[in-house]
Design a protein around this ligand. Sequence first.
Ligand SMILES: [Zn+2]
Ligand SMILES: [Zn+2]
Length: 382
Amino acid sequence: MPKAPINWTNTILFTLTPLFAVTLVPYYGFTHGYGLYEWVVFVVLMGFCGMSITAGYHRLWSHKTYKAHPIVRFVLALGGACALQNDILHWASDHRRHHAHVDNNDKDPYSAGRGFWYSHMGWILRDYESGKEDFSNVKDLRRDPIVVWQHKHYLALVLLMNIGLPAFLGYLGGDIIGSILLGGLLRLVLSQHVTWLINSLAHMWGKQTYSDASSARDNPLIALITYGEGYHNYHHTFQWDYRNGIRWWHYDPTKWFINACSYIGLTKDLKRCSPIAIESARLEMQYRLATEKYSTLNNADKWLQRLESEYQELKASLQLWAQHQQSWYEAKSSELHEKWTHWEKLELRDSYREAKFKLKVQRQRWRDLVENYSTLSAINPA
Ligand SMILES: [Zn+2]
Ligand SMILES: [Zn+2]
């Protein structure tokens, strides 16, 4: 099969910018030096571009996981132009196709099945069939005037944000060239590679915590440099959730940003997936992995039976807990206040607590059963 034709604009742009970054940035550093101010400009613009892609292009426009005030959308659209990753319409269209056909080498624009290089940036350098422009999956976004405005004036916005803004900030700080080199050039190259890592590395390195239906992985180390997007297995399993790292201690600054904005009315309708659906998916993956492992033991039947019965019991406890939690929350809510007598309420509260405790105990047993495999296999080699 003949190779797809080279996209010369992209190839020249994405070859020259890193080349200039690794030569001009150090050269200027040695001959003139950079001040603290220029480094602050670099860090601030790096964060601005990164968050515009993750909170804006990705979680807002591609997946509609929350709603945002026009001011937020305007700022994120400017940051997206600064990141130079194409306009919102193109980006979201490609990304929705990535989710719909993930790992399909003919349809996923940055399919990880075609290797690290292709999914990282190779897909941008040639006009592949899978990357063909087709806005039929982003009709909803055409109704957003800010998306349309950004699409129309994309080139002007790119120049304004990548040269105009760093130059202006440099003028304020007294070193225009230094500011353009750090806040413009170096920031541009690094912020692009950071995003691309989500398409390449986050589909190769990490755990498949919630599903193995796609190559997407959860990796807290990748989350550290991608503003929280490293929990990519969760994201591909529950793409309508505004969070990627769901535990409070998961490093996901994009989630914190969206959440913080909701307190001052700048974002609303933040979507979360139900805890029971999340937990069920996680348990099923654990069950399947444990089944595979236990099947290799000498007395596999005995262990598999045990595993099966514990799994079924745990699932039942989870259901029960969810039901009781629902009833207890309903009883607590003020609208239904009159409906419940005091004693009925206490009963509901106690059965919810009981279900919660039972689930806790069962979870512990499950964890032991799943984790104990390593010691067991040493005693019972297959
Ligand atoms: Zn996504
Ligand atoms: Zn992905």
